[in-house]
Every structure is written in structure tokens, then in C-alpha cells.
Ligand binder design. Structure first.
Ligand code: SOE
Length: 389
């Protein structure tokens, strides 16, 4: 696909072309048209194992060429940035090889399936940084304009000393009894279930928005549907679900603020609902991904008679990322977060500065996820304090 500006080209090669691959492709296709960029992304090649399927994906998603071996993709001279959109079990191998081959890397979340893999990736990224290459992990929700605004307001002290962060991320596709044992339900491919898939997002968001890290967690996880039909198996043949369907956990931020988290793939009627509320001594902020152009803000410094949550319509030209889009008042959607992610990465590459979130940030989230799993394993024999009758 030709690049649209006179800026020097930045050749992108993407591995994987399913849901996340399509979302990232959308970002790469649109970013140079929505924003003024110092480099012009070129969709050089996409990679997948099946020749016919990857060629069809290249046509559909706008990639100039198709490869069937990710090593060949990395070796291409017209690829300077490798974008990894595969299941978690291949992130480490591809990212480390790409960094060693002199490429910049964008890797979908969660960074890896294990802390050890994430550590190796972070080490490779740090070595590559010395050579001028950059690596970023794709926590796209940081780039929802309303959440970027929330971060700005919190950094400016508008909600004051933080007391609570309350987050949930709920979906319901796991409630489908006919859902087969897809890769997201297997530990060897996905690392964990709702925890790594949805929990990684909300752990990152809670820490990113508050500007603080979790110091400890206490968790419970559950796999409600323990067996599913084996894809390609005979009728009635079932396989074990080896990941969690849902997790609830609490934690403390460094300041002592209390946090609570809930993720599920079996929350009937909740399709892709991410809600976050932060309460501070001077005010509160609340956001719901299903109303992603809005941010609720309560200013607790106002006289009580004037307080209460008000809805900020995050569609103005001076709101984060809005300069690239429509006249004021015309909202954005889920897909724009991938365009914004591409924008920030292109700017960082041109400036030679570390894009956020870094692989080190992805590793830290991985450590939180592992602590949650450890806590959940301890709580597997549930020993609550009995409530007297
Ligand atoms: C899972 O269903 C999923 O696709 C996640 O993997 C994405 O990260 C999330 O943004 C939407 O839901």
C-alpha cells in the first residue's frame, strides 16, 4: 500500500492476522492519513502459516506481500518494525529474534505467557535499545481519549490522594455451550484465561492511570466450564479447559490505596465492558468502555450543593488524540485505539525515545498476573472466616 505523505517510509511487517492482526492493520492503514507523522508506515508484509489464508488476509487487510515463515518476514529489508499479533506462546521467540535482527518491535498484550519469557524479552529489548531499536507492548486501552484524559487529570492532582481503584472487565462469549476448545482456553497457547486476556488490560490501566504499582494481591479464580468440544474432533469428543474463565482479586497500590478487580468471560449480557472508577480525596473519575467517548468527573472541592458527577464529552479538539479526527462532537470507537497506538510508536521511533508501555512495563504486569495465580492457587482450598449464624 503506498504511503500517503512525503515523510520517509517505515516498513511494517506483521505476524498473525486474526482479530488482533485485523485491529493492528486498521491502525497501520489509517494512522498516516489521520495524523501528521515524521515517518510514513508502509504495510510491507503479513505472515501466517497457511499460504492461501495469509494471501487472502494480505489482500483483505491491505498488506503488500504475504510470508508463511516469520523468520523470512523478519529478514526482509523492507521491514523495520515487526508487529506481533500471534497467541502468547510465540511472542518471546519472535520478539527476541526480531530485536536481534535489528528491528523495532510492537508486541500484543499480554507480553508473554510466563515471567521468564517476559524477562528474556525485556533483556533483549534493553540490549536493542542501546543499538537504537525500540520495543513496545500493545496495551491499546491506554489510547482511548477519555482514559488518556483521565490520566492527565490524575497527574494534575485533580482527584487528590487516591483511596480506591475499582475495575472490572467482563465478556460473555464463554457462556456459549457450543464454544469449542479454542486456543484462548488452553494454557500452553494462551498462558492463562480471562486473567491474562482481560486482567492484563485492567492491571495495566489501574497502574497507568494511578501512576502507582501494585505491591500485593489476593485472588480467586474459577473455571466454570471445565471441558469443551475438541476442534476437529469427533462429535462428543471433549478436551480439558486449562485456563481460568474468571478471576476476582484485590490489591494495594504503593500509596496504600485499595483496589478491586474482576474479570470474566461468563458475565451474561456483558459483551466487552471495561469499567474503571478512581476515588480520591479531591474527586473521582469513572469510565465505561461501552460509552468510550465519555468520562465522568466529580470535583469534590466544589461546595456540596454543586458537586456530583458530570459527564465530559471527550470529543473536543484539545482532548488527547482528537486533533487527528473529526470536528468537535463526533465520537470515536474501539478501532481508533490501535491508530493512536501506531501514532505514538511512530513518533517514538522517529525521535529515538522509549515508547510506553515498554517491555519492562509488560514484564511488571506479567509479575502481577503470576502473583494473582499464586494467590489463587493458595486460595483454591477456600478457607473463608465463617460468618456466625
Ligand atoms: C478477548 O476477547 C479480547 O479480544 C482481548 O484479547 C482483547 O485484548 C480485548 O481488547 C478485547 O477482547
Amino acid at each position: 500500500m503506498p504511503h500517503s505523505t512525503s515523510a520517509p517510509p517505515l516498513g511494517v511487517g506483521m505476524v498473525g492476522y486474526a482479530f488482533m492482526g485485523a485491529a493492528h492493520s486498521q491502525g497501520w492503514r489509517t494512522v498516516g492519513r489521520a495524523f501528521d507523522l515524521p515517518l510514513s508506515p508502509v504495510l510491507a508484509a503479513v505472515c501466517g502459516r497457511d499460504r492461501a489464508a495469509v494471501s487472502a488476509a494480505a489482500d483483505r487487510l491491505g498488506w503488500a506481500a504475504a510470508e508463511t515463515d516469520w523468520r523470512a518476514l523478519i529478514a526482509r529489508d523492507d521491514v523495520s518494525l515487526v508487529d506481533i499479533c500471534t497467541p502468547g506462546d510465540s511472542h518471546a521467540e519472535i520478539a527476541i529474534a526480531a530485536l536481534e535482527a535489528g528491528k523495532h518491535v510492537l508486541c500484543e498484550k499480554p507480553l508473554a505467557n510466563t515471567v521468564a519469557e517476559a524477562e528474556a524479552m525485556t533483556e533483549a529489548a534493553q540490549a536493542a535499545r542501546e543499538r537504537g531499536q525500540l520495543a513496545m507492548v500493545g496495551f491499546n486501552y491506554r489510547r482511548v481519549p477519555a482514559l488518556a484524559l483521565a490520566r492527565r487529570l490524575i497527574a494534575e492532582g485533580r482527584i487528590g490522594t487516591l483511596r480506591h481503584v475499582r475495575v472490572s472487565y467482563l465478556q460473555d462469549w464463554g457462556e456459549d455451550p457450543d464454544l469449542p476448545l479454542v486456543w484462548r482456553l488452553t494454557k500452553d497457547k494462551a498462558g492463562s484465561g480471562a486473567l491474562g486476556d482481560l486482567g492484563a488490560h485492567i492491571v495495566d490501566l489501574a497502574q497507568h492511570l494511578s501512576g502507582e504499582l501494585l505491591t500485593g494481591v489476593s485472588a480467586q479464580t474459577e473455571t466454570f466450564v471445565k471441558q469443551r468440544a475438541l476442534p476437529g474432533g469427533e462429535a462428543g469428543q471433549l478436551g480439558e479447559v486449562t485456563v481460568d474463565d474468571a478471576a476476582v482479586f484485590t490489591g494495594r497500590l504503593a500509596s496504600g490505596a485499595l483496589t478491586s478487580f474482576e474479570v470474566s468471560r461468563l458475565a451474561a449480557g456483558r459483551k466487552n465492558q471495561l469499567r474503571i472508577e478512581l476515588n480520591g480525596a479531591a474527586g473521582s473519575l469513572a469510565f465505561d468502555l461501552e460509552r468510550l467517548n465519555e468520562l465522568e468527573f466529580h470535583d469534590h472541592t466544589l461546595p456540596a450543593a454543586e458537586g456530583g458527577f458530570r459527564r465530559i464529552q471527550v470529543t473536543e479538539g484539545d482532548h488527547p488524540y482528537l486533533e487527528g479526527w473529526w470536528p468537535p462532537g463526533h465520537g470515536l470507537g474501539y478501532e481508533h485505539t490501535f491508530t493512536h497506538q501506531a501514532r505514538d510508536l511512530v513518533h517514538a521511533i522517529a525521535a529515538g525515545t522509549q515508547p510506553e508501555p515498554s517491555f519492562a512495563d509488560g514484564l511488571q504486569v506479567q509479575r502481577v498476573l503470576t502473583a494473582i495465580e499464586e494467590s489463587a492457587a493458595k486460595n483454591a482450598v477456600f478457607t473463608p472466616v465463617p460468618v456466625p449464624e
